[in-house]
Design a protein around this ligand. Structure first.
Ligand code: FES
Ligand SMILES: [Fe+2]
Length: 347
């Protein structure tokens, strides 16, 4: 297990957190979230310091949470401000509070040492709030360790087999990839550029392109949490202009936030942002349904793999080939990050 602490993780979409108490477990830490009366998102440990009752099962009173069991009352910093039956409040009566930042439609939470929480470390997904794009999104619970989702997303050859009829076509598995690793910034790039490929329904129905396409998949994985797939499709032969402008290409930014829930389960956040058919509700509905279907195909497969892994004897050896280069690089960097040593110092 390679939990990476001292990192920002996506806890929720901003729209998920309102006045109500909202529970979500991240890296096996149960958290409770709510929006203060001033509108700021608050994250506290979801366990009353008294007898462990979940604060998420309790109630708010203004900007405090009153424990639903015996009434210990906590402010937005997690400090207990009232206990029942006595005026003296024990000095240790507080629950942990977690740094939170709202950015790019996500609520990011820092899991680790508070004083190391640096907002500038949060990787960006600006398309999700850019008016030049229209976004559909969701989150599916995955009953599998997050490393299986990382493997899955870094090797898109599986689209041909697991997602045939949705986003897969024979050319995806048939086209070699290039992989680059920026060890300093800890970013993994995997690219697959198809010059002449079948147009799968996901793109045919959303772009209206008839016939074959140029299809580029440029992955950018910021371990541990954020995965970006820059996808470009256009009719065969249509390439960006020399100055980089690309008025005839269709661009889809597929964003995943991979947030471990426990050692064997994951929050699988997904979003699809497009720069075409911006106002077209039918296209939005189609892409939301299609992508959710595709994500659920992955969820089904990875849930099975989790069971397989849990049942197997120690020491099973996988066999890796060229398509696994990105996934193997990700595993290596995650292992180093989990060990708490900068990747570049462990080469
Ligand atoms: S468990 Fe919360 S007040 Fe007792
Ligand atoms: Fe997939």
């Amino acid at each position: 297990m390679t939990f990476v602490r001292n990192q920002w993780y996506v806890a929720a979409y901003s729209h998920e957190i309102g006045q109500d108490l909202f529970a979500r477990t991240i890296l096996s830490e149960p958290l409770v979230f709510f929006r203060s009366e001033a509108g700021a998102v608050v994250a506290l440990a979801d366990r009353c310091v008294h007898r462990r009752y979940p604060l998420s099962e309790s109630r708010r009173e203004g900007d405090t949470i009153v424990c639903g069991y015996h009434g210990f009352t906590y402010d937005t910093t997690g400090t207990c401000v009232s206990v029942p039956g006595q005026t003296r409040i024990p000095r240790t009566a507080r629950v942990a509070s977690y740094p939170v930042v709202e950015r790019d439609s996500f609520v990011w939470v820092w899991i680790g040492d508070r004083d190391r929480a640096d907002e500038s470390l949060i990787p960006r997904a600006p398309w999700l709030t850019d008016p030049a794009y229209t976004t559909v999104c969701g989150m599916e619970p995955l009953a599998a360790r997050y490393e299986l989702l990382v493997d899955n997303l870094l090797d898109l050859s599986h689209e041909t087999y697991l997602h045939g009829g949705y986003i897969g076509s024979p050319e995806v598995a048939g086209t070699p990839i290039t992989t680059e690793v920026d060890e300093d910034k800890k970013i993994i790039y995997v690219s697959r550029h198809m010059a002449d490929a079948a147009c799968p329904p996901f793109y045919a129905n959303s772009t209206g392109i008839q016939g074959r396409i140029v299809r580029w998949q440029d992955i950018e994985y910021h371990p541990p949490c954020l995965y970006l797939l820059h996808s470009r499709v256009a009719p065969v032969g249509v390439l960006p202009n020399e100055d980089g402008s690309d008025p005839d290409g269709f661009h889809v930014e597929v964003v995943y936030a991979i947030t471990p829930e426990t050692e064997h389960s994951t929050h699988d956040f997904w979003a699809v942002a497009r720069d075409f058919a911006l106002e077209d509700q039918e296209v939005s509905d189609f892409l939301r349904e299609s992508n959710r279907t595709v994500v659920l195909q992955d969820v089904t497969a990875l849930d099975i793999l989790e069971q397989v892994i849990q049942a197997e004897p120690e020491g099973y050896q996988e066999l890796s080939i060229n398509i696994d280069t990105g996934g193997l690089a990700a595993r290596r960097i995650l292992a180093k990050m989990a060990a708490g040593t900068p990747a570049e110092a462990q080469v």
